[in-house]
Design a binder for this molecule. Structure first.
Ligand SMILES: [Zn+2]
Length: 182
């Protein structure tokens, strides 16, 4: 992959060039449709979170804690559960690389928007709770996670994630009403 797309700069295989172009003046469609698609650059995470993600300092206890439990932190902030008929043998990684192999359809499952008991809220239901309830619920979902890291991620998602903000707005709008299953 040593040929940059002249439109977006993606590194491409030369054999991926559009048939309407040439080896001396290659154009590519897989990346940006020859410049027709121009996505905004994603917003950078806050420096604290970026440091946690990119800093693998073995002497930094917080960094070790985050990387050891990164899947748990990710699960805390998922909006939906995933259901699929997958092969647990391949996914275990016992016989080589862990491979997520599914058969059939992959589902994203959502329950009612509001949990009957905030202490039992899960996935998007957590975003429907107020800030303090969210923190409390997330701290009880897994053991051994750092409260400050949970709080930092929650604050950032609350401020910048469109889905989280939408759920908070809906929660405030329907505060005194029964909200059913979607
Ligand atoms: Zn391109």
């Amino acid at each position: 992959m040593n040929t940059p797309c002249p439109s977006c700069g993606s590194q491409m295989w030369i054999d991926e060039l559009l048939t309407a172009s040439s080896l001396t003046n290659p154009c590519f469609g897989l990346c940006c449709l020859s410049g027709k698609i121009n996505l905004p650059i994603p917003q950078s995470p806050p420096q604290e979170l970026l440091d946690l993600i990119t800093n693998h300092d073995p002497t930094n206890a917080l960094s070790i804690q985050f990387h050891t439990n990164i899947r748990a932190y990710n699960s805390l902030f998922a909006f939906a559960s995933v259901r699929a008929n997958y092969d647990p043998q391949l996914a275990s990684g016992r016989d080589g690389v862990s491979t997520y192999h599914i058969n059939g359809t992959l589902y994203r499952c959502l329950g009612p928007l509001r949990a009957t008991d905030p202490a039992q809220a899960s996935f998007s239901q957590i975003y429907f709770c107020d800030e303090n309830e969210q923190t409390t619920r997330r701290q009880t979902m897994f053991t051994g996670l750092d409260e400050n890291i949970i709080q930092m991620i929650q604050t950032w998602i609350t401020q910048h994630n469109l889905f989280a903000r939408t759920l908070r707005t809906a929660s405030e709008a329907y505060a005194n009403q029964t909200v059913g299953t979607i």
